[in-house]
Design a binder for this molecule. Structure first.
Ligand code: FNR
Length: 350
């Protein structure tokens, strides 16, 4: 219906211009230090960032995580950022395809294969919408955009701050179980900025989930976005809970420990620099995910604005690899990692 699309454009406006990253929230990546190697014995040109994702080879271990679709403006965001992903060999996700399931004429704004024929591409749907659509409905959404996989998003914190949001969160694992039977390693389960912790991750892995994006606290807060749209009780609750969540550094390290090596782990939520991307790779992620910074750069400067922002991120990641003496991404994880302060407290409890 019309309201889903309208809500999405209101969300885009708030994310482009509003204060959607509460300054007191932290990824706790400032508690992570990588160790300098004075003798890297590497040629910068030989640093190899490539990795595997959804059966494809990425040239960089980066995912532009799902944001949008459903309106003309959203379609332009998807086209520009998918173009960027194709240029640099990153993975790309579209935003929630709920708008598309409600009105198939909105499908065009989710189509990116014309500009991103080889990209590892993720569709996107919320857990409870997936329950309503059923496995076949979700598969139709994935196939309709030629995606390589489907992201299933969890957002209980956001829903509770939305007047029209879900309140009944029972039966979630059963939905995941049905989807994982049908999609196998093409399914990715993600949060939206409050983080997936080790207990949930372990259960997901036991059900057969092979891709998890922790999407932790420290970047875009969807509770804050909804707070900015809300009035009365919900606005107050939104303010109270806009720093709720598991910081990205804590989620990444604890989930890797919990799920072992067979899960492809994406770390997102507040990653803003190449050095931060290197830190999450060192903490155990296979891929670093980013949403808001590339969206904002695209809104301000179009495709070439986003290109410039990405250049800085890629250069920072390459520099961190070189200065830790890491030739391939897996080397980063073998290097010592210093974890200080509050991150240590989190990891002691998780
Ligand atoms: C999002 N995010 C999101 N996630 C999802 O699974 N489905 C969606 O439709 C959206 N929509 C969306 C719109 C916009 C404008 C932003 C900025 C984000 C969440 C996103 O994928 C990611 O999990 C979080 O934003 C955390 O990453 P950043 O933004 O801190 O890098």
């Amino acid at each position: 219906d019309e309201t889903t699309a309208k809500r999405k454009d209101a969300h885009l406006d708030l994310c482009a211009t509003g204060d959607v990253e509460p300054s007191q929230n932290s990824t706790l990546l400032e508690c992570v230090k990588l160790v300098h190697c004075a003798m890297p014995e590497l040629d910068a040109a030989d640093v190899d960032l490539s990795t595997e994702f959804l059966g494809k080879r990425l040239r960089c271990p980066l995912l532009i995580t799902g944001m949008t679709g459903g309106t003309e403006r959203a379609g332009k965001v998807n086209k520009d950022l998918a173009t960027l992903a194709e240029r640099h060999g990153l993975a790309f996700g579209v935003g929630s395809q709920r708008a598309m399931s409600e009105a198939p004429e909105r499908a065009a704004s989710f189509q990116v294969r014309d500009v991103a024929p080889t990209v590892a591409l993720l569709g996107n749907i919320g857990l409870y919408q997936a329950a309503r659509l059923g496995v076949d409905g979700v598969r139709r959404l994935m196939d309709a955009i030629g995606a390589d996989g489907m992201a299933l998003h969890l957002n209980a914190g956001q829903e509770l701050t939305q007047p029209e949001g879900d309140r009944d969160f029972r039966g979630g694992y059963a939905v995941v179980e049905g989807l994982v039977k049908a999609f196998g390693a093409r399914l990715l389960v993600k949060e939206t900025g409050c983080g997936i912790g080790p207990d949930v991750a372990r259960r997901l892995r036991e059900l057969g989930v092979r891709n998890i994006d922790v999407s932790g606290l420290g970047g875009t807060s969807w509770v804050r976005v909804e707070q900015l749209r809300a009035t009365g009780l919900l606005a107050q609750l939104g303010a109270e809970f806009s720093s709720w969540g598991i910081p990205t550094a804590a989620a990444t390290a604890s989930v890797r420990q919990a799920v072992g090596p067979e899960v492809r782990l994406v770390a997102s939520g507040g990653i803003r620099t190449g050095l931060e991307a290197a830190k999450v790779l060192a903490l155990g992620a296979d891929i670093a995910g980013m949403a808001l910074p590339l969206f904002k750069a695209q809104q301000e400067g179009g495709l070439e604005g986003a290109e410039k922002a990405l250049q800085v991120i890629l250069a920072g990641l390459r520099q961190a690899m070189l200065l830790t003496g890491s030739k391939v991404c897996a080397d980063l994880r073998r290097r010592p990692v210093i974890k200080t302060g509050e991150l240590k407290d989190w990891l002691a409890a998780l």
